[in-house]
Design a protein around this ligand. Structure first.
Ligand SMILES: Nc1nc2c(ncn2[C@@H]2O[C@H](COP(=O)(O)OP(=O)(O)OP(=O)(O)O)[C@@H](O)[C@H]2O)c(=O)[nH]1
Ligand SMILES: [Mg+2]
Ligand SMILES: [Zn+2]
Length: 288
C-alpha cells in the first residue's frame, strides 16, 4: 500500500493512506543501508505487518528541518519577540534556493508594533529580490486570509526561529489543529522550543508542516553557495566577468551593477556581504 509519512514519534512512523493513519516501523534493511525514512516520504508499506518496505524517490530533501517532498517553504519571522532579522531571512531564503524550493515570507505579531515604515522597508527589500512578504497577526487575525490562500494544494513547510508563531499560525488557519503554543521568554530572549517534531497536517488539498524552531546559529552556508543562490542573484549566476565571482571586490560584477542601479536593494546586498564574511569556502574545505 502506498502512503505518506506524516509524523515520526518514539520510533513509530505514522503513515497516512486513504485517510487512515497506520503506525508502522521501517524494515531493518533501511538501517543496514544507512537510509532513514523521513516525514514527507512517500512509501510503500505492508498494512498487515505494519512495516515500511520502500521509499519512493524524493523530489526534495531538507536537513533542517528534516523533511522530504515539500513544494514550498513558508518562512515565518516575527516583527518583535524575537526581533525581525534580515540576515536570517536572507540566509534561509538562500537555503530554499539551494534546494530549488520556492519560498515566501510571513511576518507575524504586527499587533505588537505596527510601524508602517518598518513594514514598508521589509516589503520593499524582499520584493527587490522577488520574494513576496505577508504581514499578519495571529492574535487579531489581520492579514490571515491572504496567507491562508498560499497553502492550497501545496505541501508547505513552515520554518522559522523558535517563538515567532509558527504553531500559532497553524492554529489561526484552523483551530482544529490544536498545535501546542510556547511562550516567549524575556530572560532567554527567545522562544522555548515548544514544537519538537516535524508533523504534516492535511489542509486544502495539500499539507502544512509544523516544524521545531531553529536558533540563529544553526545553518552554515558556504561562500560559493551564497554567491550562487542568494535571493536576487540566482538569475545572474555565471554572468559576471569572473565565473567564480563572489560579488565582493571583483571587477565587472553584474550583481554589484544591479545594486548600484537600485534593482537589488542596498540592504539586501549589505546582508549578503555580512553573510559572506561569516561563511567559509567550500573549496578550501575539500582541498584539506
Ligand atoms: N501578539 C502576538 N503574539 C503572537 C503572535 N503569534 C504568536 N504569538 C505568541 O508567540 C509565542 C510563541 O508562539 P508559537 O506559535 O509557539 O511559536 P513557534 O514558532 O511555534 O515556536 P516553536 O514551536 O518553539 O518553534 C506565543 O506566546 C504566542 O501566543 C501574534 O501574531 N501576535
Ligand atoms: Mg511551534
Ligand atoms: Zn559578481
Amino acid at each position: 500500500m502506498k502512503g505518506l509519512i506524516v509524523a515520526i514519534t518514539c520510533g513509530l512512523y505514522a503513515v497516512e493512506a486513504e485517510g487512515v493513519i497506520y503506525k508502522t516501523k521501517p524494515r531493518g534493511i533501511f538501517r543496514n543501508q544507512g537510509v532513514k525514512p523521513v516525514v514527507g516520504d512517500i512509501v510503500e508499506f505492508n498494512p498487515d505487518e505494519m512495516v515500511i518496505e520502500t521509499i519512493y524517490p524524493r523530489s526534495s530533501a531538507l536537513k533542517r528541518p528534516v523533511i522530504a517532498n515539500i513544494s514550498q517553504i513558508i518562512l515565518v519571522f516575527s516583527l518583535k519577540e524575537p526581533e525581525f532579522s534580515y540576515l536570517l531571512a536572507f540566509k534561509y531564503l538562500t537555503y530554499a534556493n539551494m534546494h530549488n524550493i520556492k519560498a515566501k515570507l510571513v511576518v507575524t505579531k504586527i499587533d505588537k508594533e505596527h510601524d508602517e515604515a518598518m513594514l514598508k522597508e521589509i516589503k520593499d527589500v524582499f520584493s527587490s529580490v522577488n520574494v513576496e512578504t505577508y504581514f499578519i497577526s495571529n492574535k487579531t487575525k489581520e492579514g490571515l486570509e491572504e496567507v491562508k490562500a498560499l497553502f492550497k494544494d501545496e505541501v508547505s513547510c513552515i520554518m522559522g526561529q523558535t517563538g515567532v508563531g509558527k504553531s500559532s499560525l497553524i492554529n489561526a488557519i484552523d483551530s482544529n489543529f490544536e498545535r501546542a503554543i510556547g511562550e516567549y521568554s524575556m530572560a532567554l530572549g527567545r522562544g522555548k522550543h515548544q514544537t519538537k517534531e516535524v508533523i504534516l497536517l492535511p489542509y486544502q488539498g495539500g499539507y502544512i508542516a509544523d516544524t521545531p524552531g531553529f536558533s540563529s546559529l544553526e545553518l552554515n552556508l558556504y561562500k560559493e553557495d551564497l554567491a550562487a543562490f542568494y535571493p536576487g542573484f540566482t538569475t545572474l549566476y555565471n554572468k559576471c566577468y569572473f565565473a567564480d565571482c563572489l560579488h565582493l571586490s571583483e571587477n565587472r560584477c553584474l550583481v554589484k551593477e544591479k545594486v548600484q542601479c537600485g534593482e537589488i536593494s542596498n540592504l539586501a546586498y549589505e546582508c549578503y556581504k555580512k553573510l559572506s564574511e561569516e561563511a567559509i569556502f567550500k573549496k578550501e574545505r575539500y582541498s584539506k
